[in-house]
Design a protein around this ligand. Structure first.
Ligand code: AMP
Length: 615
């Protein structure tokens, strides 16, 4: 298997030479693993299965120590999280026997995908951190082929940790990025011009989101002339930072002018780290103040950070809704999506990072995991629904194809087998083959299966929405009103975005229903939604209050007429429970009689409901 490139550190004099040498090593590694993709995949599977020969899960299905693809595919089922839940709960409750993986489970990564309203728990092992670091180390050498000189400046990245909890068995449970930023791979990374960030690690590791954001912006502004690239993980996070700046720039300018930090920043390690950077700079303070107090914020990023060459954020999938806002703030700087990853596994990278967001494709790196693909077909262009088997029969199982055998233009659901103990696990993402790098396919990210609504990292599916709406609508019955039809959409025209529900009612006497009744309904829906949604509302403030818009009677009939006029079949027509298509949203919006917002935040605590929290 091609060896992961060993990155040299820049302790020697000839930094430029080392950067070039490292870049070349990385690019050669990518050439090699993609050219040899099938053989690498064969070896990855064999390595995973030989290491895990003794684990209970594989023995349960009678793999008997076999490591070849044919036997593996014949005996091991294709599964979802729900299938693994009993095993995962045993691990969470303290069973340390080798259930899924022969190596000790080091922690759980809490996915933004949910099960029964709680975050999914993905077991992981220590060595996976190395695999994640490897994927990160590929990004900048690829980028540097298109934009030279990135090693000469800094990256202003807004990175955050989230709260963590402990499972009853004592394992830490936290999001994958929190785990990575707290690991020595990030904290004690060797000197590398490509990981030279404006934010000191203490500001990233501060759990208080206000203090973390404030101090990262302060350091970013102070070093504005060094910044050559800016970013965050998701587009929504980057826009949140710009909006924070809109609100707090005068306080930040005061700190830049005087070389001190506002007293609201109380974390001593953050204060100390920032004070190592900050010096009084009245000239810079005047400049930032002048730019921020101009009426328009158009192009604010290039105005404040004039050397910025691109914005590094994910704008594929549901994040594409933020492209207009990013274009506005940056005067259309390139938006660069560098990688595709999840709590289960880091998957791949974009080898053509300056392409337009609509053309982004990710090359899966064959040594990250063993990949299989389940063919799916797009059913309804109007609602964007995907059809694919839920529980697989034997024939469907045989349809799963290997990495190098996927077909150009075909859609697939991604299935992974990982070093950390997931075997033929359905990730839930739908990908479309857009090309090949040598033998390794490249994919457009199409969507996450079953996600109806998403603003930030929340992923709310139709069933969950249906249950939440049902609970809330029951409150109307005492006023002799009932819900006739509903649909929803994620409104990101203002930031933070929020969920909107369009409700058509049957009401005896609408004057009997006070606005507070609908506000209570909004709140009840929020309380019924999953923990990732509620965390976004309460903790990150990345999601605004949910809104119910009551529409005139007959609106949903008009919606059906519209769908039929666009070619939907009358026999198969079902009210879409989520809408994205602009003409439909316009139609619904033109029929709104009244609208109501949730009056307060729903409840949220870190960790699963039944666990005690650590922080
Ligand atoms: P999580 O498990 O919370 O880490 O979320 C992982 C999921 O985020 C993936 O399975 C995708 O659905 C989504 N995701 C990650 N990277 C990308 C990307 N580059 N473009 C679109 N969606 C992504």
């Amino acid at each position: 298997m091609p060896e992961a490139p060993k990155i040299l550190s820049d302790s020697a004099d000839c930094i430029d030479g080392i950067v070039v040498e490292n870049n070349n090593k990385v690019l050669k590694f990518i050439e090699d693993v993609t050219a040899d993709a099938d053989e690498v995949q064969r070896r990855v599977l064999s390595e995973i299965l030989s290491r895990s020969a003794n684990v209970e899960y594989l023995q349960r299905y009678g793999l008997n120590g076999c490591t070849d693809r044919e036997t593996f595919k014949k005996v091991i089922p294709v599964v979802t999280y729900e299938d693994l839940k009993p095993d995962i709960e045993r691990i969470a409750n303290g069973d340390t026997s080798p259930i899924l993986c022969s190596q000790p489970i080091s922690e759980f990564l809490t996915s933004s995908g949910t099960s029964a309203g709680e975050r999914k728990l993905m077991p992981t092992i220590e060595e996976e951190l190395g695999r994640r670091s490897l994927l990160y180390s590929l990004l900048m050498p690829v980028m540097s082929q298109f934009l030279p000189g990135l090693d000469k400046g800094k990256g202003m990245y807004f990175l955050f940790v989230k709260s963590e909890a402990k499972t009853p068995g004592g394992l830490v449970a936290r999001p994958v990025l929190t785990s990575y930023y707290k690991s020595s791979h990030f904290k004690n990374r060797p000197n590398d011009p490509y990981t030279n960030y404006t934010s000191p690690k203490e500001t990233i590791l501060c759990l208080d989101s206000y203090q973390s954001m404030y101090s990262q912006l302060l350091c970013g502004l102070f070093q504005n002339e060094d910044v050559v690239r800016v970013g965050a993980v998701f587009a929504s996070g980057f826009i949140r930072a710009i909006q924070f700046l809109e609100k707090h720039w005068s306080l930040l300018c005061k700190d830049i002018r005087t070389g001190t930090i506002d007293s609201k920043i109380t974390d001593p390690s953050v204060r100390e780290a920032v004070m190592k950077i900050l010096k009084p700079n009245p000239k810079l303070a005047d400049f930032v103040e002048a730019e921020c107090s101009k009426g328009s914020w158009k192009g604010i990023i290039t105005r404040l950070w004039p050397e910025t060459k691109y914005i590094d954020v994910i704008v594929t999938g549901t994040m594409s809704q933020y492209i207009p806002a990013l274009d506005y703030y940056s005067n259309a700087l390139p938006l660069v999506c560098t990688m595709y990853a999840s709590s289960e596994c880091y998957f791949g990278i974009n080898l053509n990072p300056l392409c337009s967001p609509s053309e982004v494709s990710y090359t899966l790196i064959p040594n990250m995991a063993y990949f299989e693909f389940l063919p799916v077909t797009r059913k309804d262009e109007l609602t964007g629904s995907i059809s694919g088997p839920t529980a697989l029969n034997d024939k469907e199982k045989q349809q799963l194809v290997d990495l190098v055998h996927v077909k150009l233009g075909q859609d697939y659901e991604l299935v992974v087998t990982t070093y950390a103990g997931l075997y033929r696990y359905r990730v839930g993402d739908i990908l479309r083959v857009s090309g090949f790098k040598n033998k390794a396919p490249q994919f457009n990210f199409i969507c996450r299966k079953n996600v109806a609504l998403s603003i930030d990292s929340d992923k709310t599916d139709e069933v969950e929405l249906q249950n939440a709406v049902k609970t809330a609508a029951n409150q109307l019955l005492q006023y002799e009103a009932s819900l006739v039809e509903y649909t929803s959409y994620a409104d990101t025209s203002a930031i933070p975005g929020h969920y909107v529900l369009f409700w058509e009612l049957s009401v005896k006497d609408s004057t009997l229903i006070a606005p507070s009744v609908f506000e209570d309904c909004c709140f009840t829906v929020e309380e019924s939604l999953n923990s990732v949604y509620r965390q976004g509302r309460v903790c990150d403030k990345s999601i605004g209050p949910l809104e119910i818009r009551v529409v005139e009677n007959g609106t949903f009939d008009m919606l059906m007429d519209f769908a039929l006029s666009q070619g939907s079949s009358i026999n198969q027509y079902k009210t879409p429970r989520c809408v994205k298509y602009a003409p439909i949203i316009e139609l619904l919006s033109s029929r709104v009689i009244s609208s109501y917002f949730s009056p307060k935040c729903p409840r949220w605590t870190a960790g699963h409901k039944q666990w005690c929290t650590q922080n």
